[in-house]
Design a protein around this ligand. Structure first.
Ligand code: PLP
Length: 461
């Protein structure tokens, strides 16, 4: 099949449209990447929510090269191990938001989700409650694209067209703790294995939880002995301005990937609290027949260690907490656009600008044209499942770059025909600005309290 086009089958792509029109990124530095077209682009999404330390950090390559020149990787099955793998496990255990965490490595987030579903069900088997098999997830949830994650998806379109999926899955409203309690009680708690929860919904549109939501669902799970699995594949390692978004929740299991290596090499880690780990670690006859060829890959572990050195050494998590308010200040004025139905922020360096569903349903080309207009203006981002523009830049982005990003969204919306209520004062109209007096908005209280603390109520567009 030689058509002169690349044979590369892009993930999440309509190949009939994309084939022959590959947009190739050649290099990157800090918050910017450079295309093969020679232009620099502000990376508004940190790749796919992962490049937290920014692009082009040579320390990672050097650490990986050192590891590869001794041994790139070796099997970690059974009793075998590589040293960086063990060191990384201990480092993650010390960082984890639960006591005495054990660390199971994967190749990425979807593997971590798959591992956690199997882990939860196997755990209940081992402790003599094998009927506990149902996994509960939320509307809008994204838990990766393996069969387990596809079955758990709250984004309906991601489940369509595959025939039967895992049917021991139930879904609840994303924002109502009572809905979870009711569902568990309806199903019978003796049938429910785990609740999977993104502390901040990511690919479903960047929805921080309503105040008090996380603490409430955690308590509901605790009361009913349902395992609480925090899917921190996006939020883990600093994106919300704290190392983990579930820090106050004592989760049973935490899923991480992306920010673990800032995407320099693929790797995920499942952090498992002692309650769930114990039957696996303390019953001599129990061999868990689960693992991946690259579980604990030594060179990926070396990349993760160097990445964590940068995150900790440069105070990047505290930096995110400080930038949270600057992101909100930059984005909130966009609410005055006729085409913008919502703007969300207040969870570290996560944000979204939602295009009015009526505009999108009236013209399906609006979102792709908006993304293209932004690209023309030198900003790379993408549209999310709910019709929002994703904002999740590298932690090293500056306040000026955040303003550049918001100004590009403003100008691109105007290019496409949206109008702005405050055009006299410009996109940074002071009346739309949150009352920002300090950079210290992030990093206090629980995530439940912190979210939206700096975001004024939305008065409509
Ligand atoms: N879980 C969440 C919350 C995610 O956002 C993602 C990816 O975006 C995944 C799981 C799957 O991760 P991966 O794409 O590395 O398999």
């Amino acid at each position: 099949m030689s058509t002169g086009r690349s044979s590369f089958w892009h993930p999440f792509a309509n190949m009939a449209e994309v084939a022959g029109r590959d947009f190739v990124i050649a290099s990157g530095h800090g918050s910017y990447v450079t295309g093969e077209d020679g232009r620099d682009y502000l990376d508004a999404t940190a790749g796919l929510w992962y490049c937290n330390i920014g692009h082009g950090r040579t320390e990672i390559g050097e650490a990986v090269a050192r590891q590869m020149s001794s041994i790139a990787a070796y099997s970690n099955f059974g009793d075998m191990a590589t040293r960086p793998t063990m060191e990384l496990a201990d480092r993650l255990s010390a960082l984890a938001p639960m006591a005495d965490a054990r660390v199971f490595f994967t190749s990425g987030g979807s593997d971590a989700v798959d591992t956690a579903v199997k882990l939860a069900r196997r755990y209940w088997n081992l402790v003599g409650q094998p009927r506990r098999a149902v996994v509960i997830t939320r509307d809008r949830a994204y838990h990766g694209m393996h069969m387990a994650g596809t079955s758990l998806a709250g984004i309906t379109a991601n489940r369509d067209g595959y025939g039967p999926l895992d049917d021991a899955v139930a879904r609840v409203a994303w924002d109502e703790p009572e809905a979870l309690a009711e569902r568990i009680d309806e199903l019978g708690r003796e049938n429910v294995a785990a609740f999977f929860c993104e502390p901040v919904i990511g690919a479903g549109g960047v929805y921080p939880p309503p105040p008090g939501y996380l603490a409430a669902v955690r308590e509901i799970c605790r009361e009913r002995e349902v395992l609480f699995v925090a899917d921190e594949v996006i939020t883990g390692y600093g994106r919300t301005g704290r190392m983990f978004a579930s820090e106050d929740l004592e989760p049973d299991v935490v899923l991480t990937a992306k920010g673990l290596t800032s995407g320099y090499l693929p790797m995920g880690a499942v952090l498992v609290g002692s309650k769930v780990a114990r039957p696996f670690w303390e019953s001599p006859g129990t061999l868990w027949r689960h693992g991946y060829t690259y579980s604990g890959h030594a060179s990926a572990a070396a990349a993760a260690m160097a990445n964590l050195d940068i995150i900790e050494g440069e105070g990047l998590v505290e930096g995110v907490a400080g930038l949270q308010i600057a992101l909100t200040a930059a984005l909130v004025p966009l609410r005055s656009h006729a085409w913008v139905s919502d703007v969300r922020s207040g969870a570290g360096l996560l944000g979204a600008v939602t295009i009015d569903p009526q505009v999108l349903s009236g013209d399906a080309t609006v979102m792709p044209r908006l993304i293209a207009a932004l690209r023309d203006r030198g900003v790379l981002t993408r549209g999310l499942a709910d019709g929002s523009v994703q904002i999740s830049p590298p932690f090293v982005i500056t306040r000026d770059e955040l303003n550049t990003l918001a100004a590009a969204i403003d100008a691109s919306l105007l290019d496409l025909g949206s109008t702005r209520a405050d055009s006299a004062t410009g996109p940074a109209g002071r009346d739309m600005m949150p009352d920002v007096t300090s950079d210290e908005a992030g990093g206090f209280g629980s995530l439940d309290e912190q979210l939206f603390s700096d975001v004024p109520p939305h008065h409509g567009s």
